[in-house]
Ligand binder design. Structure first.
Ligand code: NAP
Length: 293
């Protein structure tokens, strides 16, 4: 019999990539927000006991980083109470919980990649709510696995790559922040790491996943432009100017450095480390193919 795996947050970019890359040897049940609001404790308990999956992958979250500054209660409901609801029911029902978290649990003061054990110190409400969610998951369901990632993009949903492609087609020039460094992560690769984790029942605790290497948002934008022109997704290149974060004020402060150390994931999940630029090209090619269909 196939293992039943419930994917929550199935309407989001990671959720969509999880469904797109589901392994054929599992029965994948996808629930988007209208089918299950993870902030509703009773609905979570009822849903999990009725569906009785072996594993849950929680890709549901409040991800509007700037809006979270004025909507802390909504962010905490989805990102802290929701995971707590899942963890409580998972422990009671013997379900394995894989939960996704973020590099925004760090303050960005480091100059070398953050290990899973590195001290956390989120700068904003989104990061605080996600950290509270991680803690609730591991406290209420110690067998759970938390996978942190960062700078996630996909052809589905809203993300930096799609915003850049739109602006690059509309404008004559762009200015992009150059003093925040991280690692772009194609959601398809993150989905692969989650499927690998689902297939390894002994793993628990905090792991990190992103693509390999690092860059600033400015360098990421340059690469998007070059690859998109090369693939025919953009008609022409345009000038892109590096700016400081102070020239692009946002409601939420963001870590200046949020590169993640993936050593433990490469070892335990046996997933290949693919350079972020290679993954960017794969995603853009995937987008082009979907457009041409
Ligand atoms: N995006 C990034 O750069 C990034 C970076 C690091 C980590 N992550 C983490 O990766 C995971 C997936 O993020 P993503 O990029 O796929 O985000 P996304 O595209 O915003 O998807 C999140 C999904 O969760 C749903 N959702 C929100 N509140 C919910 C609730 N109470 N109950 C059920 N579903 C709810 C959203 O539905 P609605 O659209 O209806 O609100 C949306 O479909 C999250 O844990 C996120 O924190 C993301």
């Amino acid at each position: 019999m196939k293992q039943k795996i419930l994917v929550l947050g199935a309407g989001g970019q990671l959720g969509m990539e999880l469904l797109h890359s589901a392994r054929p040897d599992v029965e994948c049940v996808a629930l988007a927000r209208p089918e299950l609001d993870i902030g509703d404790r009773l609905a979570v308990a009822d849903c999990l006991s009725a569906r009785a999956p072996a594993v849950i992958i929680n890709a549901a979250a409040y991800t509007a980083v700037d809006a979270a500054e004025d909507n802390a209660a909504a962010a905490h409901r989805a990102n802290a109470q929701g995971p707590a609801n899942l963890a409580r029911s998972c422990r009671e029902l013997g379900i394995r919980l894989l939960h996704v978290s973020t590099d925004f649990v760090f303050d960005g003061a480091s100059s070398h990649p953050y290990t899973p054990a590195a001290p956390t110190a989120p700068l904003g409400e989104y990061g605080r709510s996600k950290l509270a969610g991680e803690r609730a998951v591991l406290e209420l369901c110690p067998q759970a696995l938390v996978l942190r990632s960062g700078w996630v993009y996909s052809r589905f949903g809203n993300n930096f790559v799609k915003t850049m492609l739109r602006l690059m087609a509309e404008r004559e020039q762009l200015a992009v922040v150059a003093d925040q460094v991280g690692t772009p992560t194609w959601a398809r690769g993150l989905a692969g790491a989650l499927w690998a984790a689902a297939a390894r029942p002994g793993l628990s605790g905090i792991y990190h996943w992103s693509d390999e290497g690092s860059c600033s948002w400015y360098e990421f934008a340059l690469a998007i432009c070059e690859e998109a022109v090369d693939l025919g997704l953009l008609a022409k290149s345009l000038p892109i100017r590096p700016i400081a974060s102070s020239e692009y004020p946002t409601a939420a402060r963001r870590p200046a450095y949020s590169v993640l150390d993936k050593t433990a994931s490469w070892r335990d999940l046996a997933q290949p480390a693919v350079p972020w630029r290679t993954q960017l090209r794969c995603m853009l090619a995937d987008m082009k193919e979907a457009q041409d269909e």
